[in-house]
Write a protein that binds this ligand. Structure first.
Ligand code: NAG
Ligand code: NAG
Ligand code: NAG
Ligand code: NAG
Ligand code: NAG
Ligand code: NAG
Ligand code: NAG
Ligand code: NAG
Ligand code: NAG
Ligand code: NAG
Ligand code: NAG
Ligand code: NAG
Length: 813
């Protein structure tokens, strides 16, 4: 896979903005004891007046710029003016810094600026001249430093600049309308032999033949040609300039080149050729760059192995090799890079496992390893990386060791909530240790997925979350410490599919505005302190498949179902541990069509959710709370345990032939166990314990060949325990607390073999179920554990995506 990042001119602009911050008046310190000539002072005033416009209320560069004070007054010694520097004799202005002064208009060759012939330093950066660079600049014979960056100049660079033979620093960067041609470049190179810094970022240089760079001054320490449209081959000797400390060629896609294998410029500290056509393997000799702090090679065509000699670059703090074709394993020597804080290896073809020694990179703050072919386990030593604030591991072949460990992004982030850049659409920072409140600025994002589950966040749920966007499809806030009521915030939720608030301390009632969310499939309010009656109004949601209200303070009856078609899609129903009471009504179970009838489409394994995000849910499964990383649409469960239901178990439950788990334990149910439960052929877990059921255990239950868990304990059941098939596998504890039961596995022998007297009415017919029943019976017993594992397939499955904070993604080309 190749990863392509288009040169974003804005992003890139930022790069050089950072690099070429106005040098500011500090280096031009003025002294008030001197006095400049009338001539110079009026030339200065004239220039300033001509280019200043009276009222410009807001400055474009106000954040970057150190505004000059209004100290320029006639009659005052100009040597004392802000930005003006005079020589020690106080006769000549030798330095002028008018950066960030909101100057505008053309600087003509007759400009009074050029009446300051002794200038050694001139800084006009961050203004708005909107005109060509005047040939007049060539007149400053003593000029050593010229900064015209980011001032909206245009046109050709005049060849007269080559007369500035004393120049040691030339900065024309950030003038995207300016262009440079070969003949001017040659002259500059030839004559500017004292040049130490050359910054031309953004200047159009597509016409420049690169051999003109061959003879660049050997005193050069900085060469910055980012985004210049360079094309052709970069001469080798650039890498051999003996004093070069910074070489930045970012974002010149047509620029080709390779690294030399010998005689590097040893002093290089900053080397970045990202988004160029540089190619080939990295030479071992790269470790000649003993002082290297930043190496950026992203989005090039480099290939081969990452040389082990990388481990010698011990000063390095930023290493970006992303978007190349590097192969092979990571050299273990990488763990020598003790000062590394930014590591980006994403989008390569790296393989093998992440060495355990990665945990030695203790200063790493940003770590991107995604979209490679790494295998094996995520080294646990990564948790040593205390400064890690961003870890991106997606798109590899990592395995999770067990269900819990699937949370690869566990326990890395600490501190308060990081608001991602506005470009982010999928945002997950789940399984970290974030604290504090959700900042309301999160609401300014246009998110599709917001997953902040499993942190330690506090505070109330900001109302504005409900207005996040029309596109929000998943909001997962589970397992935090949010408190307060849930605001009526669901007005704009037409895409919302999944809403999970489980395991918080939320109280009050359920927000009825949820009825607006017609696409809701998963609704999980479990483990809070919600006090409300049963939300019948959710009937109106045609797609609702998962309803979890467990462990709250819900109360009242659940008998008033309007139609027999309520909750037709519901397949996971967990109302356990509330204060519900009254009878279990037949109407409720009648309506559960998704558990009642075979839907051809759903016989094949599918998951709730979409490819990029799969819903997970906590369920109590066979007695253990588990996180199902994905919800198979064939997974069905009804858990009404730990409430105050009384009366009989409705026979109609026997129609829910796709039910896999039924838990009615810890209620006050009475009467017989309906023999119709013997029709629940897929049932794997049946818990009717701690009720007041009487009669005997219906023989029909022996046809439940998938039944792995049976708990009938603490009831008033009597008679012999049915024998054979699954019943041979249940232990004592399935039956304890029923004084009247006898037979295996209980030690109490049955005195006489009583005829099963379970239920009056044994003649329920399920016409639609027989075909299915026959098929399933064909597999018979012994299949139990296999099928049970089926739900936990989540085990070995890698997550589809992981944290994507920066919002850059790999584009396949
Ligand atoms: C300077 O030159 C420009 C264009 O060549 C002209 O318009 C302007 O009047 C001149 N200014 C002075 C002060 O001579
Ligand atoms: C290069 O630019 C200079 C200065 O603007 C100009 O005088 C010259 O004609 C240009 N040369 C070519 C070959 O375009
Ligand atoms: C080089 O600089 C000298 C002055 O130092 C000047 O006379 C000469 O014209 C310049 N050459 C070019 C090609 O600009
Ligand atoms: C570089 O300079 C040498 C001599 O100093 C000269 O012979 C050669 O032609 C120059 N090369 C270029 C490309 O200007
Ligand atoms: C590298 O440097 C050595 C010693 O300075 C020199 O002998 C050799 O010619 C150089 N090699 C290249 C390819 O420039
Ligand atoms: C550089 O790294 C290589 C490979 O890890 C090693 O053999 C060599 O000794 C190192 N050189 C220095 C100067 O540290
Ligand atoms: C890490 O950086 C510090 C300060 O920049 C420096 O003193 C130290 O030598 C570096 N560590 C290594 C292992 O190079
Ligand atoms: C680096 O990590 C490895 C494996 O985790 C460990 O054995 C070793 O002691 C660490 N080395 C240093 C210098 O911290
Ligand atoms: C969010 O957007 C609103 C309105 O566009 C704006 O007033 C507010 O400052 C923004 N908040 C943040 C934190 O960006
Ligand atoms: C959450 O924060 C509380 C107090 O701030 C702390 O006691 C608790 O250990 C934290 N929990 C986790 C899982 O970090
Ligand atoms: C369910 O309701 C439909 C109409 O809504 C009706 O036709 C059907 O007979 C009812 N079924 C039962 C079992 O009550
Ligand atoms: C049924 O629910 C009770 C209480 O919620 C729980 O303790 C028990 O483990 C559940 N039974 C099964 C088999 O999951």
């Amino acid at each position: 896979m190749g990863c392509l990042i288009i040169c974003l001119s804005q992003l890139f602009f930022l790069v050089f903005l950072l690099h070429s911050q106005p040098t500011s008046s500090s280096s031009f310190s003025s002294s008030s004891t001197l006095s400049c000539s009338q001539e110079q002072s009026s030339a200065l005033l004239k220039f300033k007046q001509l280019h200043s416009y009276p009222t410009s209320s807001s400055s474009k560069y106000s954040d970057d710029c150190d505004q000059k004070k209004e100290s320029w007054k006639e009659g005052r010694d100009c040597c004392s003016w802000d930005g003006v520097t005079c020589d020690t004799m106080g006769r000549d202005v030798i330095g002028l810094d008018l950066s960030c002064s909101e100057l505008q208009g053309t600087i003509h060759s007759n400009s009074s600026l050029f009446l300051l012939p002794n200038l050694q330093q001139l800084n006009l950066a961050f203004n708005f001249f909107n005109s060509p660079i005047s040939s007049g600049f060539g007149q400053f014979a003593k000029l050593e430093k010229l900064d015209l960056s980011s001032s909206e100049f245009s046109g050709q660079v005049p060849h007269e600049l080559s007369k500035l033979s004393k120049l040691s620093s030339l900065d024309l960067s950030g003038n995207k309308q300016v262009s440079l041609n070969t003949s001017v470049m040659r002259r500059l190179v030839q004559n500017l032999t004292k040049l130490r810094e050359l910054r031309l970022d953004g200047v159009q240089m597509s016409l420049v033949l690169l051999d003109s760079l061959m003879n660049l001054s050997s005193s050069l320490t900085v060469l910055s040609l980012n985004g210049c449209g360079l094309h052709g081959n970069l001469p080798y000797n650039i890498f051999r300039l003996p004093n070069l400390r910074e070489l930045s060629l970012i974002c010149n896609p047509e620029l080709r080149g390779a690294f030399p294998t010998t005689n590097w410029s040893n002093p290089l500290m900053f080397l970045d050729v990202s988004t160029t056509g540089f190619s080939g393997p990295l030479p071992n000799s790269i470790d000649n760059l003993k002082f290297l702090k930043h190496l950026g090679l992203s989005q090039c065509n480099f290939n081969g192995l990452i040389p082990a000699s990388f481990g010698n670059l011990t000063q390095i703090t930023e290493l970006d090799l992303s978007g190349n074709n590097f192969v092979g394993e990571l050299p273990s020597s990488l763990s020598n890079l003790k000062n590394l804080s930014f590591l980006n290896l994403r989008c390569n073809k790296l393989s093998g496992s992440i060495p355990e020694s990665f945990g030695n990179l203790t200063k790493v703050t940003y770590c991107y390893l995604s979209s490679n072919s790494f295998i094996g386990h995520i080294p646990s030593s990564l948790s040593n990386l205390k400064d890690l604030t961003f870890l991106d591991l997606g798109g590899n072949n990592f395995e999770g060791e067990n269900l819990e460990n699937l949370d690869l992004h566990a326990n890395f982030l600490q501190g308060t909530f990081p608001v991602p850049p506005s470009s982010v659409v999928f945002f997950s920072i789940s399984n970290n240790k974030l604290t504090g409140e959700i900042p309301s600025s999160i609401c300014n994002l246009t998110l599709q997925i917001l997953d902040i589950s499993f942190n330690n966040l506090t505070g109330t749920i900001p109302r504005c979350l409900g207005y996040l966007s029309d596109f929000l499809s998943v909001m997962d806030l589970r397992t935090n410490r949010f408190h307060g009521t849930i605001p009526e915030m669901f007005a704009k939720c037409k895409s919302l599919r999944t809403l999970v608030f489980n395991h918080n301390q939320l109280e009050g009632s359920l927000p009825q505005s949820l009825v607006n969310c017609k696409k809701l499939e998963v609704l999980d309010f479990g483990n809070n302190k919600i006090t409300d009656s049963f939300p019948y109004w959710l009937e109106a949601l045609p797609k609702l498949q998962v309803l979890v209200l467990r462990c709250n303070r819900f109360y009242g009856q659940i008998e008033d179902f309007k139609a027999n078609s309520s909750f037709a899609m519901l397949r996971i129903i967990d109302l356990s541990q509330n204060n519900f009471m009254g009878h279990l009504t037949s109407n409720f179970f009648e309506g559960l069509k998704a558990i009642k009838t075979v839907n051809e489409n759903e016989v094949s394994l599918k998951y709730i959710g979409e490819d990029y995000y799969q819903d997970s849910v906590m369920v109590v499964w066979k007695g253990h709370e588990r996180k199902l990383e994905r919800i198979l649409t064939i997974f069905t469960t009804i858990d009404l345990s730990c409430n105050k239901f009384h009366g009989k178990i409705p026979k109609v439950l026997g129609k829910l032939q796709f039910l896999r788990e039924l838990n009615l334990s810890h209620n006050s149910l009475t009467g017989y166990i309906p023999s119709s439960l013997g029709n629940l052929l897929l049932l794997e877990s049946l818990d009717l314990s701690s009720n007041m059921l009487n009669g005997s255990i219906p023989m029909q239950l022996t046809s439940l060949t998938f039944l792995a868990v049976l708990n009938l304990s603490q009831n008033k059941l009597i008679g012999p325990i049915p024998q054979g098939l699954q019943f041979n596998t249940f232990q004592n504890n399935s039956y304890i607390g029923n004084k009247g039961l006898c037979g295996f596995p209980l030690s109490k022998k049955c005195r006489i073999v009583e005829p099963p007297s379970s239920e009056e009415d044994n003649d329920l017919k399920f016409t639609s179920g027989f075909g299915w029943k026959a098929v399933m019976m064909g597999y018979g017993c012994g299949f139990v554990y296999g099928i049970a594992m089926g739900y936990l397939v989540s085990k070995s499955r890698k997550p589809q995506w992981l944290v994507s904070l920066v919002g850059i993604s790999c584009f396949q080309v």
